[in-house]
Design a protein around this ligand. Structure first.
Ligand code: GTP
Ligand code: NA
Ligand code: MG
Length: 407
């Protein structure tokens, strides 16, 4: 790669956290708008993105919904991001979606800042939040760990400057850079079909500059950029590095999370998209069922796999911890188990999403089962779910798989 054109680019920061912990309010305060108040029922139901300026430096924020049903959006948010802000309400503490976003953030492998929000409230308890987070491997800097905890209030504005300064500091450490002259490459964070406008894609530019008139491909869709509106709804001619806007001109609605790339000609754009669409159809037709533990075991025996990623769910935290420890203890010199997520509770769609982000990942349930809907989705997505009611059966299966003995 020729890095001679590289310049510093603004950070993309994703705000995640439990429902109603104040993600949107915090962003509103930062942006001084009133989005949270105008949302249906005050619930964020899609991903939105804004670029702001702090001390003349830009920051792009991605807001994600906290409601349990929107796990896929949180996963997507985590994947476009440079820095994750986990919002925890100081009066409510760590909740189910807080735990989930910790896993997403860790999987995305990017720096995390914890914003402890609602500090203005009577029951605010910073130490409680710190203790709960420390229990989950998120130890605060002032407790000897590595995570910055910033007390904030979206209501009074307390701590917001601190938060922004912290983001800029983290961003400097990351040395984010890209080439504004390169062919534009942008991630689609959200897309929809709009009356009278056709397919509209909300994108964040990762490299290059996206301009009106560019020929673009986005997975199996293509087109030419007809118009771009920025996050304030204003028409613009182009989007620069890390900037966000809505792009018109694709022939179909692209899948969220896909990458939009500018091409030299409209023919090229069309050819790439149509070839991909044909491949996708062929793949759909020949869709194999699932990678079973036996097949993984075979791959391990052939030396093709060095670790077995698992997601572990159990009915109570005691057995969860016990199984997790035993699993992490099983290893030979070559192969080990990697528990990428563990939690108390049933096997959910969110687990499937995490599993599909990690190649060969298997979901293990102890005394918990997936619902019928989750089971059939797992089957369709080719994800293996094994459930057990005896700890030793589970451990033995994994031992056998690791030693390649199941094949
Ligand atoms: P979802 O998008 O639905 O997950 O929620 P959210 O995390 O975006 O929370 P939202 O901004 O919608 O805020 C939820 C409620 O908490 C609203 O009633 C806000 O007014 C309130 N709230 C948010 N931040 C603060 C704060 O710092 N102090 C107080 N007192 N209330 C807050
Ligand atoms: Na809300
Ligand atoms: Mg919200």
């Amino acid at each position: 790669i020729d890095e001679s054109n590289f310049v510093t680019r603004p950070p993309v920061v994703t705000i995640m956290g439990h429902v109603d912990h104040g993600k949107t309010s915090l962003l509103d305060k930062i942006r001084s708008s009133k989005t949270a108040a105008s949302e249906a029922g005050g619930i964020t139901q899609h991903i939105t993105a804004y670029t702001i300026k702090q001390n003349n430096q830009k920051i792009t924020f991605v807001d994600t919904p906290g409601h349990a049903a929107f796990s896929a959006m949180r996963a997507r948010g985590a994947s476009v991001t440079d820095i994750v802000i986990i919002v925890v309400a100081a009066d409510d503490g760590v909740k189910q979606q807080t735990e989930e976003v910790i896993s997403h953030a860790k999987a995305a492998n990017c720096p995390i800042i914890v914003a402890v929000n609602k500090m203005d409230k009577e029951g605010a308890n910073m130490d409680m939040v710190k203790a709960q987070m420390a229990e989950r491997d998120m130890t605060p800097v002032d407790w000897g760990g590595e995570i910055e905890f910033i007390p904030v209030s979206a209501k009074t504005g307390e701590g917001i400057d601190d938060l922004l300064e912290n983001i800029l500091l983290q961003s400097e450490i990351l040395e984010l850079s890209a080439d504004p002259e390169a062919k534009a490459k942008a991630t689609v964070v959200e897309a929809s079909l709009e009356k009278g406008r056709g397919p509209v894609a909300t994108v964040i530019v990762q490299n290059g500059t996206l301009r009106v008139g560019d020929n673009i491909v986005c997975d199996t869709t293509y087109g030419r950029v007809k118009a771009i509106t920025n996050d304030l709804g204003k028409q613009v001619k182009e989007l620069g590095l890390s900037e966000t806007g809505r792009v018109l001109g694709l022939n179909e609605v692209p899948v969220s999370g896909t990458i939009m790339v500018a091409q030299d000609s409209d023919k090229e754009a069309k050819d790439i998209a149509t070839t991909r669409a044909e491949h996708a159809r062929a793949k759909e037709l020949s869709k194999s069922t699932k990678v079973s533990l036996e097949e993984m075991s075979g791959l391990i025996a052939e030396g093709k796999i060095k670790q077995l990623p698992v997601i572990l769910k159990a009915d109570v935290s005691g057995s969860l911890e016990a199984i997790k420890t035993s699993l992490e203890d099983i290893h030979n010199d070559e192969v080990k188990v990697k528990v990428i997520h563990s939690g108390v509770g049933g096997i959910t769609e969110s687990d499937l999403i995490l599993a599909s982000a990690s190649e060969g990942c298997i979901i293990l349930g102890f005394n918990v089962r997936p619902t019928g809907a989750v089971k059939s989705k797992a089957k369709a997505d080719g994800i293996t779910i094994n459930t057990y009611s005896i700890i030793y059966d589970l451990i033995d299966d994994i031992k056998d798989a690791l030693s390649g003995m199941m094949s």
